[in-house]
Design a protein around this ligand. Structure first.
Ligand code: ACO
Length: 329
């Protein structure tokens, strides 16, 4: 008997209503709209409201995905939330989400692979479904990066935003649909170029960690940039190989939405025309684990992808981590 497929039953996303434009940032740090746009492609990003936590962003995205899937929260067996900005270190954002959804039959856990988190969680969720141990799995990428961004650091604060995206996975019987392949990679030797050092067991919160601003994200942008393109290309190629596909089989590429220059370089390396690559980073900036599911949802809602299309998703992020996955809607 062949294994079930892990079908995509529904996709949803949510972005908070408050918009922070490049012009707004000009009033906060020494920057310009021209610099941000030309170096990153970002025009604006969304900011969660006071009291709107990561699990609240996740809740909106999850409800949209569940509604489209026609699945009730009580049918869920497992909730995986990819995030590096959970509501608290513990309980997990997934547990807060489980309570808010009243998904009383679901196990719940967070996964942290920074910007690759959603693809790591999607891969894990698809394995539970394919193995037959779960029938319905909710996979969410949700981030409230505004709480870990140093709003005095122009090198980083212009890049990030808040959002959430979600996918409902379910067991199917068509091997040519759902999660077709994934490839997960990491190189922990590069941990220092992108990290949030304060508040963990290395540097528990203290007056010193506060004074040194260690509870904010730190990044060597140039170093990350150099590694990102190669890592994404490798992840994309491996995911394609494992799906037995070439770029010609792909209807749409959904890359992690970090920087337009990285996205363009990836497109060149894969030999893919611009119109096959979905971009929304101009409106959201980098939303880390939320980036890919938000873009996937927009691509579906806008009709850029339709039933039967093959989609290549590819990401890189803190760790360093990288990941690729091919899905068929
Ligand atoms: N406004 C104006 N000037 C700025 C700003 C700003 N917001 N930020 C930096 N600069 C200045 C720098 O100080 C520097 O000035 P100097 O030459 O006088 O020192 C100059 O601009 C050039 O800075 P670079 O860092 O060399 O600029 P670069 O072209 O590399 O672009 C960027 C910086 C956008 C951060 C780029 O390196 C990048 O996108 N890197 C990848 C980042 C990324 O994708 N991270 C993923 C994180 S995902 C996760 O896991 C959370």
């Amino acid at each position: 008997m062949s294994l079930p497929s892990a079908s995509i039953l529904g996709v949803g996303s949510y972005a908070p209503s408050r918009v922070l434009t490049n012009t707004d940032l000009e009033k906060m740090v020494d920057t310009t709209d021209e610099w941000i746009l030309s170096r990153t492609g970002i025009r604006e990003r969304r900011m969660a409201a006071e009291g709107e936590h990561t699990s609240d962003l996740a809740l909106h995205a999850a409800r949209a995905a569940l509604n489209r899937a026609g699945v009730t929260p009580q049918e869920l067996d497992l909730i995986l939330v990819a995030t590096c900005t959970p509501d608290m270190i513990f309980p997990s954002a997934a547990c807060f989400l489980q309570a808010k959804l009243e998904a009383v039959h679901a196990g719940a856990v967070d996964m942290n692979a920074a910007c690759c988190g959603f693809l790591y969680a999607l891969s894990a969720g698809s394995q539970f479904v394919r193995a037959g141990s779960c029938k319905k799995v909710l996979v969410v990428g949700a981030e409230k990066l505004s709480t870990i961004v140093d709003w005095q650091d122009r090198n980083t604060c212009v890049l990030f935003g808040d959002a959430a995206g979600a996918v409902v996975l379910g067991a199917g019987d068509n091997p040519a649909e759902g999660v077709r392949s994934f490839f997960l990679g990491a190189d922990g030797r590069h941990s220092e170029i992108l990290r949030l050092p304060g508040g963990g067991s290395c540097h528990p919160a203290s007056a010193e960690t506060l004074e040194k601003r260690m509870h904010y994200l730190q990044m060597s942008g140039k170093e990350v940039f150099k590694l990102a393109v190669t890592a994404m290309q490798r992840a994309a190629q491996k995911a394609l190989d494992q799906a037995g596909m070439t770029p010609a089989d792909i209807a749409c590429v959904i890359p992690h939405q970090a920087n337009m220059r990285i996205v363009s370089a990836l497109g060149d390396k894969l030999g893919l025309p611009e119109d096959k690559i979905f971009v929304n980073l101009d409106r959201y900036g980098n939303t880390s684990a939320a980036s890919i599911p938000v873009a996937l949802d927009e691509a579906v809602q806008m009709g850029r992808v339709k039933k039967g299309d093959n989609i290549l998703m590819v990401a890189f992020g803190g760790g360093l981590t990288w990941a690729g996955s091919v899905i068929t809607l």
